[in-house]
Ligand binder design. Structure first.
Ligand SMILES: [Zn+2]
Length: 455
């Protein structure tokens, strides 16, 4: 048996329903296979979610809480999480240890390209000009197949230049699937996985152009059909890929989280200032990023990092360099902050890492904050008169992440005799992908579907 995984970044089940009439390939796979909504990680953020999906370990066990993470208890900038932060085996490591080969393209958490039995093309966080394949000489094959430089991401996808974003996303996806189809035909693998970031970029740029429920919906937009057209293109390229596969392949289509309209944002650090928990050295212009040198740490008890979700850090004595909160008081302060955030007009859900994860590796945020059911963005900049914003503070954006992604298993022998219902967990995907090889018990999690070998 062989396993193929198509990773669609940010695909929510609602869009497969909405576009069902124009997605013949995905529709057929859903009818013939097993389809379930897939509950993402806490937080539902790309890098930790894919790392968790491929390892069966939650973000606390991985110690990866976002795109960027604290590297120390100092006040310095967060550090981008990459493949070197993954210290646990992932699906391809288990397969390699059992003599099976993988071909892995674009999966978040694979830069720098890790040594894998098979080939790797690293992900959208690959820096310009960096070596991006394993083995290094595989790069020549990649560039020959795609007919030029390989594209990792849509540059500057939070921009008003919408025609450019649309065209770049399509051109990037074309190359990615050209490569995936080449690998599918080549056959030097037992496990083939391709990840597409273009869908996430298209959602961020164009969501408010098609969704009338978005508070910033653009009526009669010339870009109203971009999200649908991109989906039709993806569906056609998935059909291309399937046409190159042999009968023994089991195909999975998965996403790391969903997407939804972005409703607005909350300036978390300005809220902490209002609460008397964060003090700046002097007044600043509205929209100023919270830099460590701006903060009077001797009079600061907490600060926050913005993003699709918010992270609050406490300034704890003996832990942070200029900590002011006695360790014995930290819990009461965290509870006070959680109560206060709950009174924001958009509402807030506050998670504590120690109560959320199986283990908490350094360095976790003290509180994780979902605003307005993830419809509201946490904004980190300071100096605003109003706590609430309609726009993101790091560039225009129409979509936020949502909890539910997709899980689809399709192929001969998938789910025979099994009844699946409810919602699957992203933490069970790794063992599911290993199940056709008889290796499901090598990583944490329970297989979501059974695959019967009919050979
Ligand atoms: Zn994502």
């Amino acid at each position: 048996m062989r396993v193929v995984v198509i990773g669609l970044d940010s695909e929510p089940p609602v869009l497969w329903e909405r576009f069902d009439a124009v997605l013949p390939t995905i529709g057929r796979m859903r009818r013939e296979g097993i389809f379930l909504p897939l509950a993402s990680t806490d937080p539902p953020i790309t890098v930790p979610a894919w790392m968790s999906m491929l390892s069966g370990r939650d973000p606390g066990e991985l110690g990866v809480y976002g795109f960027r993470n604290r590297a120390s208890y100092g006040y310095g900038a967060l550090v981008t999480a990459d493949a070197t932060h993954v210290r646990v085996p992932r699906v391809w490591d288990v397969l390699g240890a059992h003599g099976l080969k993988s071909a892995v393209v674009g999966v978040p958490g694979t830069y720098p390209p890790p040594p894998v039995a098979g080939v790797v093309v690293s992900d959208f966080l690959t820096p310009p000009g960096a070596p991006y394949t394993s083995p290094p000489e595989f790069r020549e094959t990649v560039e020959r197949v795609v007919g030029g430089p390989y594209r990792f991401d849509v540059e500057g996808f939070r921009s008003h230049d919408l025609p450019r974003i649309r065209d770049e996303a399509l051109a990037m996806t074309e190359r990615r699937f050209d490569l995936a189809c080449h690998l599918a035909e080549g056959g030097e693998w037992d496990f083939l996985m391709v990840h597409e970031i273009g869908l996430d970029r298209v959602h961020h740029a164009f969501w408010n152009h098609f969704d009338p429920r978005s508070p910033r919906h653009v009526p009669d937009s010339p870009f109203a059909s971009v999200v649908e057209r991109y989906h039709r293109y993806l569906d056609a390229r998935i059909a291309d890929l399937l046409a190159r596969l042999t009968d023994e392949c089991v195909v999975f289509v998965v996403s790391d989280h969903g997407s939804r309209a972005m409703e607005g944002g909350v300036y978390l650090n300005d809220w902490l200032r209002e609460e008397g928990l964060l003090t700046l050295r002097h007044e600043v212009e509205p929209g100023t990023p919270l830099r460590p040198e701006l903060v009077d740490w001797s009079r600061t008890r907490a600060w926050a990092e913005g993003g699709y979700y918010g992270r609050v850090f406490l300034n704890v004595a003996g832990r942070e360099p200029e900590g002011t909160v006695a360790p014995a008081d930290a819990r009461a302060l965290a509870e006070r902050i959680a109560r206060g955030l709950g009174e924001l007009r958009c509402g807030a859900e506050v998670l504590v890492p120690e109560e959320t994860y199986r283990a908490v590796r350094p360095i976790a945020p003290d509180l994780m904050v979902y605003l307005g059911g993830l419809g509201w963005r946490a904004l980190g900049s300071v100096g605003h008169d109003d706590l609430y914003a309609l726009e993101n503070d790091t560039g225009p954006d129409g979509a936020n992440h949502d909890r539910l992604g997709v899980f689809l298993a399709w192929g001969k022998g998938v789910g025979l005799g099994a009844r699946c219902s409810g919602t699957a967990s992203i933490l069970d995907v790794a063992s599911t992908l290993l199940e056709p090889f008889g290796l499901a018990d090598k990583l944490p999690g329970e297989p979501i579907v059974e695959v019967t070998d009919l050979a």
